[in-house]
Write a protein that binds this ligand. Structure first.
Ligand code: SF4
Length: 281
């Protein structure tokens, strides 16, 4: 049994009141209690950004990596002990900017990881610069005359890169996000949830109201096994047409299941064997 009390740390969140990170924190803890995720079976890895503070507010063994490097760290944790549930908390700047290359390769290898992408479409920790997810025309400290770059669509990129569970959520819808986190973690393979996370301080465009007016949930008619249709759906983004829910699911061998060295069990549980490599000189 895991209780809310078990997950409590000595730090209380210092995110701005109204920040979407608070909702993601609640949704994750609800899922952790429901599924008995604790230090014995779970590890958390975060990147750098406002999202990264998550590791200070959930009492589960965690590691905060360098900017953009959460995914390689999580890959290492999973390879060292593939019995662990490994969650990655990362932001749009962290995952799609500095860590963009890692994101593509982690998806294509189908590592058994659950990625929670806190997508506020801005670099918030550094007080508001345009990120790879910011829309065209977006004005910020780094693009005062309007962003001329096209934004990356994380859902489209994840599907195209080979992720085998791809979803989008709206952070304040906590019950749905909790369920989605559980579902993503139960999936064997690389699961990505692009979480629309309002940054009320620095991104006035993607506000709570903007999302409430424009999101909708995919219905039962959407075939999650149809990659072409998932891809087409992922391209929807506009007024009254930002789809949420599970876009794509594919059952496929995970990376870890194909590594012969892991067949005998988790590396951390295998005895260390000294090898004579002097002949390699
Ligand atoms: Fe949240 Fe934005 Fe405040 Fe960071 S700056 S804590 S993302 S509202």
């Amino acid at each position: 049994m895991t209780s809310m009390q078990d997950l409590k740390t000595q730090c209380f969140p210092n995110w701005c009141p109204g920040c979407g990170n608070l909702a993601i924190w609640s949704a994750f803890k609800n899922a952790a209690v429901a599924n008995t995720w604790d230090n014995a079976n779970t590890a958390l890895v975060a990147g750098i950004g406002c999202h990264g503070h998550m590791v200070n507010f959930v009492k589960i063994t965690s590691f905060e990596g360098l900017h953009g490097r959460a995914l390689p760290v999580a890959t290492g944790v999973k390879l060292a002990n593939h019995d662990l549930n490994v969650f990655v908390f990362t932001g749009d700047g962290d995952c799609l900017g500095e860590g963009g290359n890692h994101f593509i390769h982690t998806c294509r290898r189908n590592h058994d990881l659950t990625i929670l992408l806190h997508d506020n479409a801005i670099y918030a920790l550094t007080t508001g610069q345009t990120s790879p997810a910011s829309p065209q025309g977006f004005k910020s400290k780094s693009t005062p005359f309007g962003n001329i770059d096209n934004p990356i669509n994380p859902v489209t990129l994840a599907i195209a890169s080979g992720a085998t569970f791809v979803a989008r959520a709206f952070a304040p819808d906590i019950p749905k996000l909790s369920d989605l986190i559980t579902r993503a973690n139960n999936h064997k393979g690389l699961a990505v949830i692009d979480i629309l996370q309002p940054c009320i301080t620095f991104n006035k465009e993607y506000s709570h109201d903007f999302f409430k007016q424009n999101i909708y949930y995919l219905d039962a008619e959407h075939d999650v096994s149809n990659k072409a249709s998932a891809f087409t759906k992922s391209l929807e983004w506009g007024l009254k047409q930002i789809p949420l829910g599970v876009f794509y699911v594919e059952e496929k061998p995970t990376y870890e299941s194909q590594v012969s060295q892991l067949a005998k069990g988790a590396l951390v549980k295998q005895p260390l064997v000294k090898r004579d490599i002097s002949g390699l000189n």
